[in-house]
Design a protein around this ligand. Structure first.
Ligand code: TPP
Ligand code: MG
Length: 326
């Protein structure tokens, strides 16, 4: 481990990743029990990416997210009670129960929103990046998006503009090899999305998305570069999802051997065993206490969601527009 991080910082990384994993596995089960309506896309397996990136950000920095957005929300500091209540469709949720998983937003912590439209969060982050440059120098904006989104026009238009205007935007591609059932290797000749950076005159970096320390270190470099006026970076994180694309996808299109290989690289188990215990000799009881604390927090979030009321029918047409024109 070449990063100069303290034990409390390393434990914080673990705690955030563990919180995302528990939130996701719990939500996955609750949806299976019909407690949560609709569908959802879990971030389980990819926790090191959001965690490693967002630990370099403050509440004043912005992130835009995707349909797989719970991990970005939690890593950016969103409230898991309000997140869970939103998944349950309850009035106490982030969108008063009317948005669901793919619309969770929290401006207070700079979370500009999950997004059900693939690639649509990328221009939003560029807009926020322009705001940073014009009004709040020193702040940065991060766009999280998938390998599938990297083949949308919005990706190319956004990255080109951000590069031309030298905006403080970090483009974080979460390359989990699949866009629903489409294998990236079947639709994209170059397996390294980061190589596209050169075409836009910016730097492209590849990080091991299963290694939170590698993501943290490379994101730090890109974020500091942007804060100091150096402009955008394309950071590609090689990662893999544990579950299928959405709750109801058994992911049969992924070869068994491939899944097994990636599962051996699980970002949480490896970080805990190799780094926290193996290298840093952190007391296992300390780690266990963190795990128990998170499990209790998730239980509380579920209870909060269960006990909260549904929105009234009469509220269906409220908040339809961003601003009330009364
Ligand atoms: C514009 C648009 N096209 C298609 C879809 C349907 N869709 C939802 S998620 C998804 C795959 C996205 O893949 P990727 O960007 O790699 O993200 P991942 O799901 O792997 O995190 C698709 C095609 C959509 N929501 N929006
Ligand atoms: Mg993908």
């Amino acid at each position: 481990m070449d990063e100069d991080l303290t034990d409390p910082q390393l434990l914080q990384m673990f705690e955030i990743m563990y919180k995302i994993r528990q939130f996701e596995l719990t939500a996955y089960d609750l949806l299976g029990q019909n407690m949560i309506p609709g569908t959802l896309h879990t971030y389980a397996g990819e926790e090191a990416v959001a965690t490693g990136v967002c630990l370099n950000l403050t509440d004043e920095d912005y992130v835009s997210s995707t349909h797989r957005g719970h991990g970005h929300c939690i890593a950016k500091g969103a409230d898991i009670n309000k997140m869970m209540a939103e998944l349950f469709g309850k009035k106490t949720g982030y969108c008063k129960g009317k948005g669901g998983s793919m619309h969770i937003t929290d401006f207070k912590v700079g979370m500009l929103g999950a997004n059900g439209i693939v690639g649509a969060g990328i221009p939003i982050a560029v807009g926020a990046g322009l705001t940073c440059k014009l009004k709040y120098p020193g702040r940065v904006s991060v766009a999280f998006f998938g390998d599938g989104a990297s083949n949308q026009g919005t990706f190319h238009e956004s990255i080109n503009l951000a590069a031309a205007w030298n905006l403080p935007v970090i483009f974080v591609c979460e390359n989990n090899l699949y866009a629903m059932g489409t294998d990236i290797r079947k639709v994209t000749a170059n397996p390294n999305i980061a190589d596209r950076a050169i075409g836009y005159g910016i730097k492209g970096i590849i990080a091991d998305g299963m290694d939170v320390l590698d993501v943290y270190k490379k994101a730090k470099e890109a974020i500091e570069h942007a804060r100091n006026g150096g402009g955008p970076t394309l950071l590609e994180c090689k990662t893999y999802r544990i579950k299928g694309h959405s709750r109801y996808d058994p992911a049969l299109y992924r070869p068994k051997e491939e899944v097994e290989e990636w599962m051996k690289r699980d970002c949480i188990t490896n970080f805990k065993e190799k780094i926290l215990i193996g290298e840093k000799h952190i007391d296992q009881n300390v780690i266990h206490e963190i795990e128990q604390k998170i499990i209790r927090q998730i239980e509380q979030a579920v209870n909060f969601a269960k006990e909260s009321p549904f929105p009234e029918n009469s509220s269906a047409l409220e908040d339809v527009y961003a601003e009330d024109l009364k």
